[in-house]
Design a protein around this ligand. Structure first.
Ligand code: 6PG
Length: 248
């Protein structure tokens, strides 16, 4: 069962980052108030970077106990440990280090210099998620590319139709770097909430296409616009700025 999409348009890109950060902190607090440890899937990209900084800025006083938050990634660039272009390095720099997440709860995808092949690294991440995950995300955050890609699942790319795996290797990514690891759509769909976060006029067409309605993995619609696939079982939110918002 998937949820109908909820569209939330902020007045500007910066207000979008703040709105998502406020909502994320509130969701973390709510899950913890239920006695659970929130499982969050993070995304890379520029708007994610901005909202992460807002999370760090707004975290004091939010009531979130960061020692009881578990972080995962939707995708990662296949680069050496510490590379500034790795999503997890950017996330550490923008908020993880500031808020003090328990390092044992931060599950970065493997780096290219850890002795694993790209394919084995993807398998290893799936094993880590099976061992240390909860089998679902409370919130999976997804940036959206101008071509409608989410995580590192790109239009017409063979990785976007793979099943029976949690994470897969991505070769020849149209967005550099060429090699990446990505969660599969099957893994993404084990999310109570999927939050798409998109800003900038270059995303407007992709967001409009994605909001035309959900599509099944491997369908022509999904191959053309991967952002049509992930939906939360309980909640799907499109967090948009005015440039990506559908015409009112
Ligand atoms: C990545 C991201 C990618 C990103 C989109 C949007 O590793 O590059 O995970 O999926 O979220 O490309 O990126 P922007 O927000 O920078 O446009």
């Amino acid at each position: 069962m998937t949820s109908a999409a909820d569209v939330r348009v902020s007045a500007s890109r910066s207000e979008l980052a703040t709105s998502v950060a406020v909502a994320l902190l509130a969701r973390l607090s709510h899950v913890q108030s239920e006695g659970r440890v929130p499982q969050i899937g993070l995304t890379g990209g520029s708007i994610a970077e901005e909202l992460h900084r807002e999370v760090a800025r707004l975290s004091p006083g939010s009531g979130v106990d960061w020692s009881r938050v578990v972080l995962w990634w939707g995708d990662e660039r296949w680069l050496p440990t510490g590379s500034a272009d790795r999503n997890e390095v950017q996330a550490h720099e923008s908020f993880i280090s500031a808020v003090g997440v328990d390092p044992s709860h931060v599950h970065a995808m493997p780096a290219s210099d850890e002795g694993l092949s790209l394919a084995d690294a993807a398998v290893a991440y799936g094993e880590t998620m099976r061992e240390h995950g909860a089998g679902y995300f409370d919130v999976l955050m997804l940036g959206v590319g101008p071509d409608g890609h989410v995580a590192s699942l790109f239009p017409g790319h063979p990785a976007a139709v793979l099943r029976d795996a949690i994470a897969v290797p991505v070769e020849e990514s149209p967005k550099p770097p060429p090699q990446r690891i990505s969660l599969t759509f099957e893994a993404m769909e084990r999310s109570d909430a999927v939050w798409f976060v998109a800003a900038g006029a270059d995303k407007a067409d992709a967001v409009a296409a994605a909001m035309a309605g959900p599509a099944e993995i491997g369908s022509p619609e999904a191959v053309e616009c991967p952002a049509r696939v992930p939906r939360g079982t309980e909640e799907t939110v499109w967090w948009l700025d005015p440039e990506t918002a559908p015409p009112s």
